[in-house]
Design a protein around this ligand. Structure first.
Ligand SMILES: [Zn+2]
Length: 190
């Protein structure tokens, strides 16, 4: 059994200390640790070759940015990538989508400060805590980066399967029936 815990983003990171040290972390974490990310995906069963190879790659860097203002700014630079098995919205086969997130966050000391500055700041603001959940942030960012309409660049040719499965064309014909049924229903309306 491989232990993935060392490769997971920390769930309780002292962000200010991390930034003060110019901290850098990275890892390749098991996709199974991201239930919100996998909720809508195709099920990865035990036989699936991508089950073990699918990893969430992530990296984080802390930075203390000196300004002319009183206190230096606390920054966190985050990157995350994962290849997710999704359903192609054109051919309904599996399509492996590369999902990438990259964002920088500035941490402020309170919720009020975040609200106050939010209108003017171009960057994303988060509230400073000694127990910051970096794991949840990685998952949030990847969720936001997921394609709304996953699709192959070029969908696989169904003929490839037809050679292996003589029933394929029949299945395909059946699969296209809902539209035919829909059309006939529309036709019956008047
Ligand atoms: Zn497709």
């Amino acid at each position: 059994m491989q232990d993935f815990s060392a490769s997971s983003p920390p769930k309780a990171l002292d962000v200010k200390a991390f930034a003060s040290e110019n901290g850098a972390l990275d890892g390749a974490d098991a996709l199974a640790h991201y239930p919100r990310l996998t909720a809508d995906l195709l099920k990865l069963d035990d036989a699936s070759p991508s089950r073990d190879s699918t990893k969430v790659h992530w990296n984080a860097e802390g930075q203390l940015l000196k300004t002319s203002l009183a206190a230096p700014q606390v920054w966190l630079h985050l990157g995350a990538q994962v290849t997710l098995p999704m359903t192609c919205q054109r051919c309904l086969n599996t399509v492996e989508m590369l999902v990438e997130a990259k964002r920088s966050f500035r941490f402020v000391s309170s919720e009020q400060e975040a609200e106050f500055e939010d209108d003017e700041a171009e960057e994303d603001l988060l509230v400073l805590t000694k127990l910051f959940d970096l794991h949840a942030l990685v998952e949030d960012e990847l969720l936001m980066a997921m394609p709304m309409v996953p699709m192959h660049d070029v969908c696989p040719e169904p003929q490839v399967f037809a050679a292996q499965d003589p029933d394929f064309e029949l299945q395909e014909a059946a699969a296209s029936r809902p539209f035919a049924v829909l059309a006939s229903l529309k036709g019956d309306k008047h």
